[in-house]
Design a protein around this ligand. Structure first.
Ligand code: KIV
Ligand code: NA
Length: 249
């Protein structure tokens, strides 16, 4: 059963919310079958599935294509679609692009950073928005943990208040110092979803490729529950051997 915005808000401080990313139909189907409560079609897509160096290369068209694929695999799961880099340059543009992601199959959209006027515009247009603070990869200079300096802490506390006041129903906190993530989480009334931000948020998200061991680099704060790349290598090697020795077909 697809959970609603008010279901998620009611989960604040309750059993942690589980979110994973997906980009394709078969993976989305697996996550729905496993009972994962939210699927994020993240712009991490560009790096983990498309071979780009950064999420800045992801376009609206890429997001629409993958959101459609995920929706067809997971018809009964709440799907968040990431607003890609440069898709929110004006309030009007933000609203139009949010509408495109919803038309592609998303239930809500996620925006990085304190883009409060854009968030407010989209919310006023009737679309639910998820915020994203801490490390924000679209504009970050590196992928180091944030929230260690006094200046950072003051800024992230202010950003969190501003993003919440703009009307988001959920906030992703990425790769911050865990004590800060906990403080940010306790300071607001909507659920927080952490990634590399300790275990005191109201839920956790991982990039599915990191969780499945698919790819060749996984951030240190992630956990590999399988070794899918190694499984693919084994499949290909066994197929090669079977064909060459005429054991298959
Ligand atoms: O793009 C993404 O996968 C994300 C998560 C890491 C939160 O934004
Ligand atoms: Na993202």
């Amino acid at each position: 059963m697809k959970l609603t915005v008010s279901d998620f808000i009611a989960r604040k401080g309750q059993t942690p919310i589980t979110m994973l990313t997906a980009y394709t139909t078969p993976v989305a189907k697996c996550l729905e079958n496993a009972g994962i409560e939210i699927i994020l079609v993240g712009d991490s897509l560009g790096m983990v599935e498309m071979g780009f160096e950064s999420t800045q290369d992801v376009t609206m068209e890429h997001m629409e294509y993958h959101i459609g694929a995920v929706r067809r695999g997971a018809p009964n799961t709440h799907i968040i679609g990431d607003m890609p880099y440069k898709s929110t340059q004006t309030v009007e543009m933000s609203i139009q692009n949010a509408k495109r992601l919803i038309a592609a199959g998303a239930d809500s959209v996620k925006i990085e950073g304190p883009e409060c006027a854009n968030i407010q515009g989209i919310v006023n247009a009737g679309i639910a928005v998820v915020g994203h603070t801490g490390l924000t990869p679209q504009t970050a200079k590196n992928f180091k943990q944030v929230g260690n300096s006094e200046q950072d802490i003051i800024r992230l506390k202010q950003d969190t208040q501003d993003i919440c006041n703009a009307g988001v129903f959920m906030l992703v906190i990425e790769h911050t110092q865990p004590t800060l993530a906990s403080q940010l989480s306790k300071s607001i009334s909507i659920p927080t979803i952490g990634i590399g931000a300790g275990n005191e948020c109201d839920g956790q998200v991982l990039v599915i490729n990191d969780a499945a061991g698919l790819g060749d680099y996984w951030p240190p704060f992630t956990k590999q529950y399988a070794q899918v790349s190694q499984t693919f290598v084994d499949v290909a090697k066994q197929f090669k051997q079977d064909v060459e020795t005429k054991q298959f077909p």
